[in-house]
Write a protein of this length. Structure first.
Length: 437
């Protein structure tokens, strides 16, 4: 990997590309002209590498796909507080290596992002690093304890783009109803981790015959579906905007499908493990496959694919959760939940295209304009005047995912050893090339 720092305000023409803008269904031979941090022009006029483009630096894309930078809805940065697992810098390098130019950071740091100073710290550190842009979530409740509401209005003024208790569910229906009501009044988005804590407590993997054979405590699918059903009804009752992270079960997806048909203001995402892996990946107590929610059975995996195909599932997020070696190389029951995913988000999402489940445009919408629209970010699209955040990738380029070679500080990838097809070649943030393969 090499990182370049381009000169501010210079003009760069990215030419001879397959130019794709999922937001407008654009898919043509062309390119993009940037000046400084902005896109100033794009289209078929930049189709040839040997054209006359004036006083600009010309980058020949050699027919590769040029798209808006990816927008990742769910990332744990680990900074501040757990820098031995990951930092803003390591997350930024992981993100840019995978074409992610905007990521939303969960509030479960130390200290928790329930205070304006933490929101401002994260945003300021990310700007100084100049890698992938970071947009902090604010906490719904103080200390993520699920009891007293955080100052969501003040956090929003400080830059929090939406509100969640991260990897903890808001277990109390009273507190969730109060949060949704407040959010409705100020047009804020509430994001829920859909898992009923008392049903999941002490669990290691998906409940079922495999867990029984392995002697592990199961986490039942109803732990997810009961929370989804409850909160859909609360959103319907209050009129608040609600988003569910990393859905993994057929029944949950069906609940969301029916809620959308009724006009409930609900959206949801999933993560690559839930449409590309099932519980069999746990294998011989493989802790890299210990995730939250757990990998489900094959029927649930197929239901996630169907939910993505029919639009019930709006977006795909990496669910990036770095864990150090000491937290993962333990007996399965004692090992931490979570896997890194920034570097592999694009490649695993492209499996939906290569396996003919979805078109390339449909796949890319799930990781560009759709997540940006959910949290109302000015990202995920190619337009004149938009930020010059771009990803150049080859959808056919094969590679083997090697966890030890990933830029993440922690190496706990559930896809370690997997053969992938589709590789990021260059990432541009605000007109600067920040990653080049």
């Amino acid at each position: 990997m090499s990182v370049k720092k381009d000169i501010a305000n210079k003009r760069v023409a990215y030419v001879n590309a397959r130019l794709i803008d999922p937001a407008s269904d654009l898919d043509i031979r062309g390119g993009v002209l940037t000046e400084g941090e902005k896109i100033v022009d794009f289209g078929p006029g930049y189709a040839k590498a040997n054209g006359h483009y004036g006083e600009v630096d010309v980058i020949d894309c050699d027919g590769a796909c040029l798209i808006p930078g990816l927008v990742d809805l769910r990332v744990q940065l680990r900074e501040p507080g757990e820098e031995h697992k990951g930092t803003l810098k390591s997350a930024g390098e992981a993100a840019t290596s995978g074409g992610v130019t905007s990521m939303l950071s969960l509030p479960n740091s130390t200290p928790v992002t329930d205070d304006m100073s933490v929101v401002e710290f994260v945003a300021r550190r990310a700007r100084l690093l100049g890698l992938s842009k970071v947009y902090p979530y604010g906490a719904i409740t103080k200390g993520l304890e699920g009891k007293d509401m955080a100052e969501m209005g003040m956090l929003a003024e400080s830059g929090a783009v939406a509100f969640t208790d991260g990897i903890r569910a808001v277990a109390s229906p009273k507190v969730m109803r109060k949060a949704l009501t407040y959010a409705r009044n100020y047009d804020l988005l509430i994001v829920q981790h859909p898992e009923e804590p008392s049903l999941a407590e002490g669990g290691d993997m998906n409940a079922g015959a495999l867990a029984i054979r392995m002697g592990l405590t199961g986490i039942p699918t109803v732990a997810e579906t009961i929370m989804v059903a409850r909160d859909v009804r609360l959103a319907e009752d209050t009129g608040g905007r609600l988003h569910f992270g990393h859905l993994s079960t057929a029944e949950s997806i069906d609940i969301i499908r029916r809620a959308k048909e009724r006009g409930v203001a609900v959206t949801c995402d999933t993560a690559p493990p839930y449409f590309s892996l099932n519980e069999l990946a746990v294998g011989e107590y493989r802790t890299f496959a210990k995730l939250s929610p757990p990998l489900r059975n094959e029927e649930d995996r197929q239901a996630v694919i169907e939910g993505l195909k029919d639009g019930t599932i709006d977006a795909i997020a990496s669910d990036h959760a770095p864990e150090d070696e000491d937290s993962k190389r333990l007996p399965f029951a004692q090992a931490a939940f979570g896997g890194v995913g920034l570097e592999t988000l694009l490649a695993i999402t492209l499996e939906l295209y290569h396996n003919k489940h979805m078109s390339l445009l449909e796949c890319l919408k799930k990781v560009t304009c759709n997540p940006a629209n959910i949290v109302r970010l000015p990202a995920g699209r190619i337009a004149k005047g938009a930020a010059a955040d771009l990803c150049l990738f080859d959808p056919e380029r094969g590679w083997k995912i090697d966890a030890d070679q990933l830029p993440s500080k922690s190496k706990n990838s559930p896809f370690d050893g997997r053969l992938a097809q589709g590789r990021c070649l260059r990432t541009v943030v605000d007109g600067r090339t920040v990653f080049e393969l």
